[in-house]
Design a protein around this ligand. Structure first.
Ligand code: FAD
Ligand code: SF4
Length: 471
């Protein structure tokens, strides 16, 4: 194990954010990395528990061998630690930046959990820096051809594993760049896009083919021995109010995609929040990304509306460790709003009642209303609590309701009542040579779950093709 007394000697130390005022001037990485000495101390806090909850079902969906690589990192054996990490984690440079780190919340050190995410990021970035990460070309090929539709984390993870198994993999992606929400969705400051591109280049060097700007069509898929659909759960939940078609009303992912395209081309986004009063509907992580992006685009103000009450500061008895804590989190965008606007941008138990537009059909303001439980226990508007706020940009980050209908109809597929392509037996096999994985199969989730699901689908496909290569 690490150091017997490490967890008592050293306090949990995360990679710090850059100062809010400074980081708001650019779209560069939020965090600053810490040196080897600190990471080794942090790794030494791991107790190599008899029951390591970090890698259990409460913790890491990839079942990363956390105590093993923490111990190797503590002992200064970085390369061996990285090899152990890569046995289960296909892309630690993504999870090391954007994972909410379920493992840390499930850690036996509870609120002071070992900083597994930062340790993982340190290992993979050290690997890239020192040239340890090299293209791995399989020794032999099986002659089987597989199409992966969608290049988000689930598609990339499936493609990576199937390629290592010796199959010929083509990733079909309708966007102009690969990465799914890693590229267009998660903002650059959380996951710099050169990090995504670096991995795509590595996969190309390993002989994975990427067909970009390409929609999956039934005819073109016929040429493959198996097809995995990894198209995501990208249909946004809308608001049931008039003027949703007004100029200045956008779904969060469209806005965030446009913002990333502007960063990548070093131009100003045509959906820019500059000088506008921005209202974000949805108090979750996507909403927070909109807050951080709008502040970087120099909005006049930003407000976030959340239907539900604020989560409690501490775990409730019904939500014990090692479950994920359903407690109040103030994320980077909200912290930036507090630093610049002097208060939390979130307004709880509130929704949009109506949108007002001018003669050009541009949004000018909206009316909010408080919500409270009615006698039937359902949230309902409270009369007399209406407020009208100026608004030049309304961003809808109210969640996702399943996979996109265009993909379903093009491929003649039927989703379940929650918009998922989830086979009735819980597997990944939809029938014939068709499989599904990631958000498209499970509904909107997390990068780490999409990675785990992509790898699970790849193993099913490998068995389906009759290749038992020991993965
Ligand atoms: C704004 C935002 C921020 C997020 N932040 C985080 C975070 O910080 N941490 C975290 O863990 N999770 C985060 N998530 C969730 C996470 O990004 C998703 O769970 C994950 O990306 C799902 O991966 P996926 O591969 O299933 O699908 P996606 O990433 O959605 O990728 C699907 C891909 O399929 C392509 N596609 C769809 N249909 C077709 C077709 N017919 N033909 C060709 N290509 C097609 C799409 O263009 C897309 O590139 C965030 C989500 C959003 C929206
Ligand atoms: S639960 Fe925490 S302390 Fe225990 S092995 Fe996992 S990371 Fe280490």
């Amino acid at each position: 194990m690490g150091k017997a007394t490490g967890f008592m000697e050293y306090e949990r130390t995360e990679n710090p954010y850059r100062d809010a005022q400074t980081r708001l001037q650019d779209f560069s990485d939020l965090h600053t990395a810490q040196p080897e000495a600190i990471r080794r101390c942090q790794a030494s806090r791991c107790m190599n528990c008899g029951v390591p909850f970090c890698q259990s079902d409460f913790g890491c969906p990839l079942h990363n061998l956390i105590p093993e690589w923490n111990d190797l990192l503590y002992q200064g054996q970085e390369r061996a630690a990285l090899e152990r990490l890569l046995q289960t984690a296909p892309f630690p440079e993504f999870t090391g930046r954007v994972c909410p780190a379920l493992c840390e919340k499930a850690c036996n050190l509870a609120d002071d959990g070992v900083t597994n995410r930062d340790n993982e990021l340190y290992l993979i970035e050290t690997g890239f820096e020192k040239g340890w990460i090299k293209p791995r070309i399989p020794a032999s090929r099986t002659g089987k051809r597989i199409a992966v539709v969608g290049s988000g984390p689930s598609g990339l993870a499936a493609a990576d594993l199937l390629n290592q198994m010796g199959h010929a993999v083509t990733v079909i992606e309708k966007a102009d760049r690969a990465g799914g929400l890693l590229m267009y969705g998660i903002p650059n400051m959380k996951l710099p896009k050169e990090i995504v591109e670096r991995r795509i280049r590595l996969m190309e060097a390993e002989d994975v083919s990427f067909a970009l700007n390409t929609e999956a069509e039934p005819e073109s898929l016929k040429a493959y021995d198996a097809v995995i659909l990894c198209g995501g759960a990208r249909k946004p939940r809308s608001l049931n109010v008039e003027h949703m078609d007004a100029q200045g009303v956008h779904f969060a992912v469209d806005y965030l995609t446009e913002a990333t395209e502007a960063v990548l081309s070093d131009t100003v986004s045509f959906l820019s929040a500059k000088d506008k009063h921005v209202i974000v509907v949805g108090g979750g992580d996507t909403g927070n990304d909109c807050v951080g992006t709008a502040l970087r685009q120099h909005c006049a103000s930003v407000t976030q509306l959340e239907m539900m009450p604020a989560a409690p500061e501490k775990r409730l008895p019904a939500n014990p460790w090692p479950e994920w804590p359903r407690t109040l989190r103030t994320d980077y965008g909200q912290l930036e709003a507090i630093a610049t606007q002097g208060g939390d941008p979130r307004i709880y138990e509130t929704t949009v009642q109506s949108i007002q537009v001018n003669e050009q059909n541009e949004i000018v303001s909206l009316t909010t209303v408080r919500l409270a439980k009615n006698p039937e226990g359902k949230l309902a508007p409270v009369p007399g609590t209406e407020k009208t706020l100026p608004c030049g940009l309304l961003l809808i980050a109210a969640g996702f309701v399943g996979c996109e209908e265009a993909t379903l109809s093009r491929l003649s597929l039927q989703a379940d009542n929650r918009g998922r392509l989830l086979p009735a037996d819980g597997s990944h096999h939809l029938g014939s040579k068709l499989f599904s994985a990631g958000d498209m199969r499970t509904g909107q989730s997390l990068v780490v779950r999409a990675l785990a699901d992509g790898r699970a689908a790849a193993k099913e496909v490998n068995l389906f093709l009759g290749e038992k290569n020991g993965f």
